[in-house]
Design a protein around this ligand. Structure first.
Ligand code: SF4
Length: 129
């Protein structure tokens, strides 16, 4: 299920969105209570973890609770996810004949970084579950 699909089915789509994005330090209890009855809560939490969503209540957890869960599960940070995406893109472009200069331009980076992406043996980052 894509992000758009579960978001459309989530109970929060029928309620006040501000409850799910309180000001920093604001109350999250009402949003979490709504999440408890939501059919797509597992998908929502998995999405938030895999995208390193920083703000708001997702899948019944606050920002701080998700941060702790991410640490406990040793999930990659947003920067690591971005880096993994760039590495994948670099490899795809390289495999389809793009030059290192083209890859560097596309990814807004330099040759050294492109060389690192293409020689890095790591192919996957820890998946969110
Ligand atoms: S779990 Fe909560 S935040 Fe996620 S879709 Fe459901 S109601 Fe919305």
């Amino acid at each position: 299920m894509s992000g758009d699909e579960f978001m459309a089915r989530g109970l929060c789509a029928q309620t006040d969105p501000e409850a799910f994005f309180p000001a920093k330090g604001g109350p999250t209890r009402d949003a979490k209570r709504i999440c408890q009855g939501c059919d797509v809560k597992p998908e929502c939490l998995a999405y938030a973890l895999s995208h390193d969503e920083r703000h708001g209540v997702w899948g019944g957890l606050s920002e701080r609770e998700r941060r702790k869960l991410r640490r406990d599960r040793n999930l990659p940070s947003r920067a690591q996810l971005r880096d993994a995406d760039k590495r994948d893109t670099a490899r795809r472009m390289h495999a389809t004949g793009s030059t290192r200069a083209e890859i560097a331009r596309t990814l807004h980076t330099d040759f050294r970084r492109v060389n690192a992406y293409l020689s890095d043996p790591q192919t996957d980052h820890p998946a969110a579950s």
